[in-house]
Design a protein around this ligand. Structure first.
Ligand SMILES: *[C@@H]1O[C@H](CO)[C@@H](O)[C@H](O)[C@H]1NC(C)=O
Ligand SMILES: *[C@@H]1O[C@H](CO)[C@@H](O)[C@H](O)[C@H]1NC(C)=O
Ligand SMILES: *[C@@H]1O[C@H](CO)[C@@H](O)[C@H](O)[C@H]1NC(C)=O
Ligand SMILES: *[C@@H]1O[C@H](CO)[C@@H](O)[C@H](O)[C@H]1NC(C)=O
Ligand SMILES: *[C@@H]1O[C@H](CO)[C@@H](O)[C@H](O)[C@H]1NC(C)=O
Ligand SMILES: *[C@@H]1O[C@H](CO)[C@@H](O)[C@H](O)[C@H]1NC(C)=O
Ligand SMILES: *[C@@H]1O[C@H](CO)[C@@H](O)[C@H](O)[C@H]1NC(C)=O
Ligand SMILES: *[C@@H]1O[C@H](CO)[C@@H](O)[C@H](O)[C@H]1NC(C)=O
Ligand SMILES: *[C@@H]1O[C@H](CO)[C@@H](O)[C@H](O)[C@H]1NC(C)=O
Ligand SMILES: *[C@@H]1O[C@H](CO)[C@@H](O)[C@H](O)[C@H]1NC(C)=O
Length: 466
């Protein structure tokens, strides 16, 4: 039955075209305001006595160079050039309006002496170090309260020499939580691009309490069995764009967080507007993209598209627990290709791990409006292990156009979840069997107008001509 086009249909079509011109463009979606090309001043680290022999400790040279460049901060900023060489250093601090630029064969190497990584206060949203009570070692490259910071180059390398830290972690001789390789705290306008990051002691790139962060065209590597060497962890940060990255590490490739239990609830700084595009990677022990388990400040508006994940434990995972509070809502993951991944989609409602005994077990997280669309894959064991929380169902979980080649006899296992699906193979669990279209599409995040989806234009057209 055809009905004539109404004004609403026409408006929908207009919306389709104005919107898809934004979606379909296909090139960078990260909006960069400043790539630092205009920095009027530049110095080389060698002008400050640095020696690139891999043996000389250059912490002072980095600190002195950056102190000197501070005088250009209000004159358009400056560039610190790191030429080819092996530049051993301890932790150093960045400043605003700075570009740290690494030449192709430049390697900044983290010291293996833990005293070269000073101990700083725990994050207020965690209340303590993530691994041990008390402070935490400061990251190798650190910045706080900054604006307009760029870490880039011609595929130079930042190597944390993490294996010594993994050893201390494994034999329990750490005194404080391990450091990240790069941490920017409370900063706005951060670009990290065109570099390779190796062997972080702990999470590799950690923007926390930041806005307008771009991570683009970076390679992040750590052994597949190294402990919690996450790739990029946007934490209580907004407007984060991660694009064109290859990540192969010991833990989650990207992990979106926002604080831990009562500390994260009190700090109340969410992660929102997180865009992930064209991520390729491998995580034998963990997930391609995870949200949580620390999500007490809330996580919302996550858009992840065009992902290729292989040889991994999990594709996409949401982890939380009673006590976390907060929310995970409005998450849209689409166009994922998986190969040799044990679990494509996983929700864990009873993750556990609390900072101390003072968390409120009645602080239940809200998980809602999570959409997965256009997922294909081979050599998959389970499509969905979706475990919500008793008395706190995860709702409006929507699955559209999922086709996986699965080896397990139990491709799905769902509890305390509710949602809708359309074109899912193998057939989904009972809790998600109700059809999305037409009447539930508005319960689903980003599926409310079928017309907007670029991958389903033909079927969208059918809707239009109804
Ligand atoms: C963040 O930085 C701004 C300005 O640089 C400062 O006013 C504010 O107190 C800082 N907050 C934290 C938590 O560091
Ligand atoms: C950042 O801002 C906070 C709050 O104003 C302040 O306590 C801290 O000392 C500042 N840190 C740096 C490195 O500027
Ligand atoms: C990615 O970075 C490399 C250097 O690391 C550069 O040659 C290449 O042009 C960059 N690609 C994009 C799309 O920026
Ligand atoms: C950058 O270097 C890494 C490590 O050597 C390499 O895997 C990657 O392909 C390089 N990227 C570019 C764009 O040259
Ligand atoms: C613990 O590991 C570190 C780093 O690998 C090593 O130097 C140290 O000897 C180990 N200590 C013990 C007690 O095993
Ligand atoms: C931990 O503290 C002990 C005693 O001060 C010290 O000998 C050891 O080197 C420290 N370990 C690390 C990894 O810093
Ligand atoms: C990465 O490098 C390419 C090639 O030099 C350059 O065009 C691009 O602007 C750089 N990207 C960023 C974000 O710095
Ligand atoms: C899906 O992602 C792949 C890369 O993983 C890309 O080549 C392809 O163009 C994307 N498809 C759509 C419809 O965006
Ligand atoms: C699943 O396996 C079949 C037969 O082995 C193959 O034809 C099909 O392309 C595979 N599907 C995907 C999504 O790779
Ligand atoms: C499904 O998951 C529950 C825990 O959430 C577990 O007890 C049960 O054994 C699983 N069932 C199957 C068939 O794997």
């Amino acid at each position: 039955m055809r009905k004539p086009l109404t004004l609403v249909d026409v408006l929908l079509v207009l919306a389709l075209f104005s919107c898809s011109s934004w979606i379909v463009r296909g090139s960078s979606l990260c909006k960069q305001t400043n790539l630092g090309e205009t920095r009027p001043h530049s110095v080389s680290i060698t002008e400050f006595g640095a020696v690139g022999d891999g043996v000389t400790l250059n912490t002072k040279a980095f600190q002195n160079a950056i102190f000197y460049l501070n005088s250009f901060a209000d004159k358009g900023g400056a560039k610190l050039f790191v030429p080819a060489g092996q530049w051993l250093t301890g932790s150093f601090d960045l400043i605003s309006h700075l570009t740290l630029w690494l030449e192709r064969d430049a390697v900044i190497i983290g010291s293996t002496n833990s005293y070269d990584w000073p101990v700083v206060d725990p994050l207020p949203s965690y209340g303590r170090g993530r691994e041990l009570p008390g402070g935490r070692h400061r990251s190798l490259i650190y910045g706080r309260n900054l604006t307009d910071v760029i870490i880039t180059g011609d595929n130079g390398t930042i190597d944390g020499q993490g294996s010594i830290w993994w050893g201390w972690f494994r034999n329990k001789t750490l005194n404080y939580t391990r450091p990240h390789l790069v941490e920017l705290m409370n900063s706005t306008g951060v670009v990290i691009s065109n570099l390779t990051f190796l062997n972080s002691p702990f999470w590799t790139i950690h923007p926390v309490y930041c806005s307008q962060v771009t991570v683009q065209n970076v390679t992040i590597l750590a052994p597949l069995d190294s402990p919690t060497t996450d790739g990029v962890d946007p934490d209580s940060s907004d407007n984060v764009c991660i694009e064109d990255c290859y990540i192969r590490t010991g833990n989650d490739l990207i992990s979106i967080k926002s604080g831990w239990d009562e500390y994260g609830i009190a700090y109340a700084r969410p992660s929102t507007n997180i865009i992930i595009h064209r991520l390729i990677g491998e995580s034998k022990q963990s997930a391609g993209i995870s949200i949580g388990s620390e999500m007490s400040g809330g996580v919302s508006e996550v858009h992840a598209e065009n992902l290729q994940l292989f040889n991994s434990h999990t594709g996409i995972r949401i982890k939380t627990s009673p006590g976390r509070g907060g929310y995970v809502r409005n998450v849209y993951v689409s166009n994922i290709t998986l190969a040799n991944v044990a679990v494509a989609i996983r929700f864990t409602g009873l993750y556990g791990e609390h900072p101390d005994v003072f968390y409120d077990p009645n602080a239940l997280p809200i998980v809602e409006k999570i959409t997965f669309k256009d997922v294909t894959g081979n050599k998959i064991k389970h499509v969905g292990l979706l475990e919500g929380i008793k008395g706190d169902n995860f709702v409006n979980i929507c699955l559209s156009n999922i086709a996986l080649n699965v080896s397990s006899q139990f491709p799905w296992n769902c509890s305390y979840v509710q949602g809708y699906s359309d074109l899912v193979s193998p057939e989904t669990c009972e809790d998600l069997k109700e059809k999305i279209y037409p009447e539930h599409s508005s319960d689903c995040y980003q599926l409310s107008s079928y017309l907007w989806s670029s991958g389903n234009q033909r079927r969208g057209y059918q809707w239009l001509s109804w």
